[in-house]
Design a protein around this ligand. Structure first.
Ligand SMILES: Cc1cc2nc3c(=O)[nH]c(=O)nc-3n(C[C@H](O)[C@H](O)[C@H](O)COP(=O)(O)OP(=O)(O)OC[C@H]3O[C@@H](n4cnc5c(N)ncnc54)[C@H](O)[C@@H]3O)c2cc1C
Length: 546
């Protein structure tokens, strides 16, 4: 592994990483690396589905319009057009590759759900376990592919750029990526992995928050690595909260999602005393866009001093509920709630990162040879807010587009791999104390949740800024001072991402999409209809958001 140079190094095995690997393998050798097992990803947990225009009554224009409306005047219309126009082809290609989608009972047509913010039924799904089905079919294909080498339990730690070369070039402004240092979790050692191209498909960073629908792997590793290496990061103030995750009294690493499709099906949001409240907040009531619903729930909870609200689907026929949402029905039953008879307790949780590593319309970052696709990337599709079921589409479409542009890059560029240093083991052998890691990690999560959550204010952000600076310093120091471990690598990444989130949220002095600041409650197009961006210029000068 150490001396070999790969064509494509893909980091992450969600929809973006798997689909990219399959397509790139038609043109070269791929190394697909993932932190845990192949199936551990946000993708695996997707319930709702993939949005794509299919029916006569629907049109590309309508899907584009819905996406732009959700994005609150911050999407790049070109990026939106690309994913919408590619939608039907992607669905057909997935079907060809063995992905199953649910059909209408007794018919040949696919059953399409309508979700919040969509003006039409256009969400392809497989029961309520679309992500699991997607991962099943794509991992099968990846495992059978001789051009794809798979490393599970392999965690990327840092990107290899000029900084890891023995002689540093004069100009560090436009570094090149040569691969990564990766931590082999089974053998407990670091590998230097060289590649002509590196594709970050590492997903989101929901674990920065206390309540999140994201699984444990979503610690923002790719985002933090790219920032440290000098890639431009943008729009991190826009974090989408899913309004309805299952509320349980015991805190969990990841909160179970009650899909938007349940509200599309007709379920109503109610307060603890059984009263509907969404009519006060939006004409679409429970089907309003996610940010409005999440904020409405947050407001009702805070106003009433309650820790959750309810979602009520129990007035529909039991058989219809169980058939439409078997996974949700069984999961709730495990928690002692029969959704055919009782209301479901729900609470908002961090769900989707709209900002990320800035890319062009080919998935290219501003580091040569480094590409970013899927949730880790900010390519202009989602703007200030993501439309439901557009993210899997985004991940798949940009995997397809970038697989072509990466191939062009590697065929045109001769990359010089000489002089790249081995991993310098500057960490001590001092074992970590679990209590320190969990204290620092939980403090960051609580701080971000309370002060950079659904509702923000200048006052809260000012306090958050001071506190996060101190905790981030502590987290980085602890990472350096102890024996390398998954826990400390993740701690450093969570701290770096949290610190960026606080800075981005403090910078935007208006309210737009998912960023709601009560000190600046209105949208201000004159000053703020723009992406916020930061690029780490390293030790030599201080980098600022622009
Ligand atoms: C509960 C839930 C339901 C959702 N429902 C929908 C839906 O219905 N429709 C929709 O469009 N979107 C949905 N989303 C969002 C969507 O699932 C994600 O945006 C999408 O799956 C992201 O795909 P990805 O490939 O970019 O990242 P992921 O699927 O998150 O994959 C990231 C991969 O990177 C790996 N990784 C991370 N760090 C490292 C590292 N340091 N080294 C090596 N590997 C690493 C992870 O282990 C993982 O394999 C949902 C999300 C959640 C959490």
């Amino acid at each position: 592994m150490e001396n070999k140079v790969y064509d494509y190094l893909v980091i992450g095995s969600g929809a973006a990483g798997l689909y990219f690997s399959i397509l790139a393998s038609e043109r070269g050798k791929v190394l697909l690396m993932t932190k845990n097992s192949l199936k551990d990803s946000n993708t695996y947990y997707a319930q709702g589905g993939i949005a794509a225009v299919d029916r006569e009554s629907d049109s590309f224009e309508e899907h584009i319009k819905d996406t732009l409306t959700a994005g609150d005047e911050l999407c790049n219309p070109k990026a939106v057009e690309i994913i919408v126009n590619e939608g039907p082809d992607i669905i057909h290609d997935l079907i060809k590759r063995g992905v199953k989608f649910t059909k209408d009972e007794g018919k040949e047509e696919y059953s399409l759900h309508r979700e919040g913010g969509h003006s039409e039924s256009r969400v392809f799904h497989f029961k309520d376990i679309t992500g699991k089905e997607l991962i099943r079919a794509l991992t099968k294909s990846v495992k059978e592919n001789k051009n794809i080498t798979i490393f599970e339990n392999m965690m990327s730690v840092d990107l290899l750029t000029e900084h890891q070369k023995i002689r540093q070039p004069e100009d560090e402004k436009n570094p090149t990526c040569y691969g990564v240092y990766a931590y082999d979790l089974k053998r407990n050692k670091i590998h230097k992995i060289l590649s002509k191209s590196t594709i970050l498909a590492t997903g989101g960073s929901g674990q920065v928050y206390l309540h999140t629908s994201n699984p444990a792997v979503a610690t923002g590793d790719g985002l933090a690595m790219a920032y440290r290496a000098g890639a431009t990061i943008s729009n991190l103030e826009f974090y989408q909260f899913h309004p309805t995750t299952l509320y349980t009294e015991k805190e969990k690493e990841s909160s179970f999602l009650i899909s938007e499709a349940v509200r599309g099906f007709g379920a109503e949001l109610k307060t603890k005393d059984g009263k509907k409240f969404m009519q006060k907040y939006h004409p679409l009531k429970s089907l309003a866009p996610r940010d409005i619903v999440a904020r409405a729930i947050d407001t009702e909870m805070k106003k009433r001093g309650e820790d959750h609200v309810y979602l009520d689907v129990s007035n529909f026929p039991a058989k219809k509920i169980i058939n439409s949402f078997p996974n949700i029905y069984h999961k709730c039953l495990e928690e002692g709630i029969d959704i055919t008879k009782e209301m479901i307790p729900v609470v908002p949780a961090a769900h989707y990162q709209c900002g990320g590593i800035e890319t062009d319309l080919h998935g290219k970052t501003d580091i040569k040879g480094l590409y970013a696709i899927g949730e880790v990337a900010q390519n202009g599709v989602h703007g200030a807010n993501r439309l439901a079921s557009n993210s899997l589409l985004d991940a798949l479409v940009f995997a397809k587009i970038s697989s072509v542009s990466v191939q062009k890059y590697i065929s045109k560029n001769m990359i010089d791999f000489t002089g790249i240093k081995e991993w310098e083991y500057y960490h001590t052998e001092r074992p970590l104390e679990k209590v320190v890691v969990s204290y620092l990690r939980n403090t960051i999560k609580r701080l971000v949740s309370e002060f950079v959550g659904i509702v923000r204010s200048d006052e809260r952000l000012k306090i958050a800024q001071k506190m996060i600076d101190l905790i981030t310093w502590q987290a980085r120091d602890y990472y350096m001072q102890t024996k390398l471990s998954k826990e400390t690598i993740e701690l450093r990444n969570i701290a770096d991402v949290a610190s960026l989130m606080v800075r981005f949220a403090s910078f935007r002095k208006e309210s737009r999409g998912l960023h709601y600041n009560i000190t600046h409650p209105h949208k201000d197009n004159e000053n703020w209809q723009k992406n916020t961006r930061i690029r780490n210029t390293g030790r030599r000068s201080k980098s600022d958001i622009k």
